[in-house]
Design a protein around this ligand. Structure first.
Ligand SMILES: [Fe+2]
Length: 347
């Protein structure tokens, strides 16, 4: 049976929880951080940029021992680098839940049994088959009115190989579009629908907590901390672009999928080890776990996340990655000119 089918079980099912109401989250903790991140970085034995566009690995740091100032700086690093990796963490599940709570209101996925965390397991199957769900890039349950922001996955056990996760930067993905095309996409809204995940879960024996919803979010989104423009494309949940006609929408979405799948230069592939953590920003990064080829019982992780702000686009207060680089370089040139002219002034 196709998992996307509306069956008698689907029609008879009554989700136990009501729909979520929109809320305004507390001020993002990254906005409280010292921009130099001195307290956090002083603690690290090494800070490695895994790729130029996304991913920083912090070594010598235990998440279980962070001060509040360091937690704020970690949020800023996650917002700036998309994902931060750490290995060999001793943090317990309770401490992980407390850490998530420090950043905001605990997120709850519609398929999440324990209110404090999601258990992530191994995944088999062929992602190329019809109705395969969950093997595609996505930001987690982006159909919510307040989709998740800071998200932490700690792997408890991992197979010797297989089950890697790939993360791709959506601010870099926006930046690599031509300025003309960027302009054409700004102001559009994408509809993020829970229908497929709901059907796939129910027909696969799951019990989703909430009825499926669909929410329109800006296709180009402003990051509230970095001010960067984000191409909020999500091939798992977006089913249309609201302002376009049907065929226009399908072709633009097909192009965006190709753009994302070609973006090896803007992504990072993380190989898990037991106790390793990826702490990412679901607002500015998409990810996918690579399924198949390993014993799925050997992979298990715990995910905690918080609900973020309702996505917004503020064209006057956001810029692309290239615009930001240009602005910062212009600032540096001014300083350099000033410094080099000093000896002449002294003469
Ligand atoms: Fe996910």
């Amino acid at each position: 049976m196709a998992l996307n089918t509306i069956t008698p079980q689907v029609l008879a099912y009554k989700p136990p929880h009501p729909k979520l109401e929109e809320f305004v989250p507390a001020r993002d903790r990254a906005l409280f951080a010292d921009p130099t991140k001195a307290a956090l970085l002083a603690e690290a034995s090494a800070i490695e940029e895994v790729t130029p566009y996304i991913g920083t690995e912090l070594k010598g740091i235990q998440l279980s021992k962070l001060t509040d100032a360091q937690k704020d700086e970690l949020a800023l690093l996650v917002a700036e680098r998309g994902v931060v990796f750490l290995r060999d963490q001793d943090i317990t599940l309770d401490q992980q839940h407390q850490l998530a709570s420090y950043y905001g209101k605990q997120d709850r996925d519609p398929h999440q049994e324990n209110p404090n965390h999601v258990t992530i397991i191994g995944r088999d199957g062929n992602i190329r088959q019809h109705d395969h769900f969950g093997g595609e890039f996505h930001a987690d349950h982006s159909f919510e009115v307040n989709p998740p922001s800071y998200t932490l996955l700690r792997m408890v056990k991992t197979p010797p190989s297989g089950g890697d996760t790939v993360f791709t930067s959506l601010s870099a993905l926006f930046d690599k579009l031509s300025p003309r095309f960027q302009k054409a996409l700004e102001g559009l809204h994408a509809r993020h629908s829970a229908d497929r995940s709901y059907l796939s879960s129910l027909n696969g024996g799951g019990h989703p907590l909430r009825a499926p919803i669909a929410t329109a979010h800006p296709l180009i989104r402003t990051h509230p901390v970095t001010g960067l423009k984000i191409l909020a494309y999500n091939p798992t949940f977006i089913d249309r672009i609201q302002e376009l006609n049907g065929q226009e929408s399908s072709h633009i979405l097909a192009f965006l999928r190709e753009h994302l799948l070609n973006a090896d230069d803007l992504g990072v592939r993380w190989k898990w080890t037991p106790g390793a953590v990826a702490f990412w920003d679901n607002r500015s990064v998409v990810h996918k776990a690579l399924p198949g080829g390993y014993d799925v019982t050997l992979r298990e992780g715990k995910r905690t996340a918080i609900f973020g702000e309702r996505p917004f686009f503020d064209p006057d207060k956001s810029e692309s990655l290239s615009q930001r680089t240009e602005r910062l370089n212009a600032g540096k040139k001014d300083t350099a000119t000033h410094v080099s002219s000093e000896p002449e002034l002294n003469n």
